[in-house]
Design a protein around this ligand. Structure first.
Ligand code: ADP
Ligand code: ZN
Length: 213
């Protein structure tokens, strides 16, 4: 049984780390509040309709709505039996306090990536419209600038983000996550993980920060 909370800025590599944790704890339910909210929005459920305006303007959905939603999800048997890997929750102190009441976190993983690296990852992303190969102008450039190594097509930018919007998204993450991470630091639950090497983290390292022997 493991109750794990995952923190990381946009493009920090939360998805990659979550995938690696799932390999070690295959039964653990991966619960992403962003995904659940998007699903509700798409299906126009009562929750989705209420959440829509906040999500579309990049604001946090009000605590009552998100807390009820998560509380429902955490009641299911898979969580009772295998714990959880929470992604995107808690985002506020009241959410963190509520989680303490329902099913307290046992470990809080914080993926650390320097801002410049986050910007490079997102702003440097280019891909091939023909064969879908992915490159990065800074870290994985094609052999010939702007041209796909595999099929020779002209590469296109993959992100709509500009440096300004990306900086704003990182600022918002830091503002929201900061107080919540401190809340968990006081409880001694925080483990910092070097997010510049998420891809190469070994099973042994992940087990050690999850304290699985
Ligand atoms: P992002 O990194 O773009 O914020 P998410 O997928 O985590 O992406 O969330 C998408 C949107 O869903 C957020 O912008 C916010 O409106 C809403 N959301 C997700 N989780 C929460 C939460 N814990 N509390 C409030 N709103 C949330
Ligand atoms: Zn190609």
């Amino acid at each position: 049984m493991k109750q794990i909370v995952l923190f990381g800025a946009p493009a920090a590599g939360k998805g990659t780390l979550a995938g690696k944790i799932k390999k070690i704890l295959p039964q653990i339910p991966h619960i992403s509040t962003g995904d659940i909210l998007r699903e509700n929005k798409k299906n126009e459920t009562p929750l989705g309709l209420k959440a829509k305006e906040y999500m579309d303007s990049g604001k946090l959905v009000p605590d009552e709505l998100v807390i009820d939603m998560v509380e429902d999800r955490l009641k299911r048997d898979d969580v009772k039996n295998y714990g959880y890997l929470l992604d995107g929750f808690p985002r506020t102190l009241s959410q963190a306090e509520k989680l303490e009441e329902i099913a307290p976190a046992e470990v809080v993983l914080v993926l650390d990536v320097p801002r410049q690296e986050l910007l490079n990852r997102v702003l440097g992303r280019i891909s091939c419209p023909e064969c879908n190969a992915i490159y990065n102008k800074f870290s994985i450039p094609p052999k010939k600038e702007g041209i796909c190594d595999i099929c020779g097509a002209k590469l296109v930018h993959r992100s709509d983000d500009t440096e300004e919007t990306m900086n704003k998204r990182i600022d918002t993450y830091e503002e929201n996550a900061g107080p919540v991470i401190r809340f968990y630091e006081e409880k001694g639950l925080v483990k910092h993980v070097d997010g510049t090497r998420t891809m190469h983290l070994t099973e042994k390292e992940i087990k050690s920060f999850l304290e699985i022997v």
